[in-house]
Design a protein around this ligand. Structure first.
Ligand SMILES: *[C@@H]1O[C@H](CO)[C@@H](O)[C@H](O)[C@H]1NC(C)=O
Ligand SMILES: *[C@@H]1O[C@H](CO)[C@@H](O)[C@H](O)[C@H]1NC(C)=O
Ligand SMILES: *[C@@H]1O[C@H](CO)[C@@H](O)[C@H](O)[C@H]1NC(C)=O
Ligand SMILES: *[C@@H]1O[C@H](CO)[C@@H](O)[C@H](O)[C@H]1NC(C)=O
Ligand SMILES: *[C@@H]1O[C@H](CO)[C@@H](O)[C@H](O)[C@H]1NC(C)=O
Length: 470
């Protein structure tokens, strides 16, 4: 059964391109570091691979800080093009900017084209990733200063968004002698068994449709599930959906139907996470407020029967699937994030469940079933629900310092984030109406006051940390 897929709805973060990526300020030099495939087995340290990182030292002065953006689940250049905020503030701080790619993503493949076999994925752990970052940062310091370990070398601030925001926070928590502080946008910090509200994710997505779309839109989406499922019971219905939605391959099995439903869910989620107030690129182009555009199309249509409904859904979905007008057909099987799903089946368990009050098909969270699905997909069962909380502390941050979290209230990943301020040096900035890591993006004339305030407070936090630096 392709039921599995339901658990792995897309974690957006990475893929949103800045409008300003041709801007000089955003230019980066590509470098590679030789890093061991594993930092934790002495004899295996001899085997190395090339880890990519990107550097911009245009505004750097030797007394300035180094801003290290930790890559997440995707190509590092995409993160670089969608984190304009860091470039925007680098002049103020005379900072060097470094983006470090996450192993097993983009070009940083430990076993080149054979990295994704189960055996070769064994070095994909957050510990290895943090160690990679430490090693690259040390290389940078060595190439910039005579003595990399001298206490007077400039301070380093970690940045990240989404999953990579959690990595940035963990870097500060584990290696405070290296990282002075961390700016973590939309960072999930609670994983596995520590997540008590599995319904939150789909609830927030639904709220964003109610707010930026309409009640009617939510109703129509809900109705859509039953219509698709009923039509899919006959071959005629399957053919009708396949041709009306211009699917690249005709639906033929119940597995196909599961995948189709999963594809729909993922589109709804992506429209919500990327509901920015200006046009962006998100694998493909999206208009400003894509969620609203989708809902407007869906609810201003008049349909008198189920076939009419399918037709209008087909047209509305093009906001996501075909805004560029260049898509020949729709790959409903396109699975997001194979590698990240592996991570979710090992360390990064993110419980999600849908209930009556949200707009998704009901699905309870059940660890045993999730584990089965991981077994079917990757041949590994028993994801470690407790590990992240045990190893990093989960939401228990009171023993730490110097972390600022940004959290959009329309960002479904906020569900796994930190609630409120923890201490005088660990802050959470709530970004009203904010989708996923909106404040980490480049400055835009249409930014609202919440985004502007969050950015100002990030800058204030970094200034505070630098002032503490002797
Ligand atoms: C990887 O590339 C090598 C040489 O380019 C090739 O021989 C091998 O079949 C490839 N392996 C996979 C899994 O694609
Ligand atoms: C629904 O409307 C279409 C035209 O939009 C028409 O061809 C069709 O006959 C109508 N179906 C019903 C059941 O009224
Ligand atoms: C995408 O849009 C173009 C232009 O409107 C259209 O010709 C094409 O059929 C559309 N493709 C899909 C998959 O909807
Ligand atoms: C778990 O999987 C079994 C077998 O597929 C199914 O009967 C059961 O309803 C599932 N439980 C939950 C909570 O999803
Ligand atoms: C946390 O503290 C910062 C700095 O004082 C403040 O800007 C922010 O609004 C506070 N966050 C919450 C949720 O109270």
């Amino acid at each position: 059964m392709a039921r599995l897929l339901f658990y792995f709805s897309f974690i957006c973060s990475s893929m949103l391109w800045s409008k300003a990526n041709s801007d000089q300020r955003y230019s980066l030099e590509t470098r590679y570091a030789e890093v061991p495939v594993t930092h934790f087995e002495w004899l295996s340290q001899m085997k190395t691979f090339k880890l990519r990182y990107l550097v911009n030292a245009k505004n750097f002065e030797r007394t300035g800080p180094i801003f290290v953006y930790v890559g997440g689940k995707g190509d590092i250049s995409v993160y670089a093009q969608n984190s304009g905020f860091i470039f925007d503030i680098s002049k103020t701080f005379n900072a060097m900017i470094v983006f470090i790619e996450h192993r097993y993503y983009g070009q940083s493949l430990p076993f080149t084209n054979e990295s994704f076999s189960l055996d070769n994925l064994k070095y994909l752990t957050t510990r290895e990733v943090l160690a990679d970052v430490m090693l690259v940062v040390n290389l940078l310091k060595k190439s910039t200063y005579d003595n990399a370990f001298a206490t007077e070398t400039p301070p380093i601030v970690a940045f990240g968004s989404g999953y990579s925001g959690a990595l940035a926070a963990w870097l500060r928590m584990k290696f405070p002698y290296m990282f002075l502080g961390a700016v973590a946008s939309s960072a999930p910090m609670a994983f596995g068994s520590s997540v008590q509200n599995c319904e939150c994710f789909y609830d927030v997505v639904t709220k964003s449709y109610e707010k930026f779309g309409s009640e009617q839109c939510v109703k129509t989406i809900k109705l859509g599930w039953d219509v698709v499922i009923n039509l899919a019971r006959s071959k005629l219905g399957l053919d009708f959906i396949s041709s009306t939605w211009k699917l690249c391959r005709r639906l033929s099995s119940t597995d196909d139907v599961e995948r189709l439903l999963e594809w729909l869910s993922n589109i709804y989620i992506r429209l919500s996470l990327s509901n920015y107030h200006y046009p962006t690129e998100y694998f493909r182009s999206l208009p400003a407020f894509p969620l609203k555009v989708f809902c407007d199309k869906l609810t201003t249509s008049f349909f008198n029967d189920t076939r009419g409904l399918i037709e209008f859904f087909g047209q509305a979905l093009q906001v996501y699937t075909n805004y560029s007008g260049k898509a020949a057909c729709n790959e409903f099987e396109e699975l997001s994030d194979y590698v990240f799903n592996y991570q979710q089946c090992t360390e990064l368990v993110m419980p999600k469940c849908s209930i009556d009050s949200d707009m998704f098909i009901n699905k309870p969270w059940n660890y045993k079933n999730f584990s089965m699905e991981c077994k079917n997909r990757f041949g590994i069962s028993n994801p470690n629900e407790d590990w992240i909380t045990l190893f990093y502390g989960g939401r228990n941050l009171k023993y730490y310092s110097n972390i600022v979290f940004g959290r959009g209230d329309m960002d479904a990943y906020g569900c796994y984030g930190i609630n409120g301020n923890v201490s005088s040096t660990i802050w959470t900035l709530d970004v009203a109406d904010g989708p996923h890591h909106a404040e980490m993006r480049n400055w835009d004339v249409s930014d609202n006051n919440y985004i502007i305030l969050a950015r100002k407070t990030y800058v204030q936090a970094i200034k505070n940390w630098l002032n503490m630096f002797p």
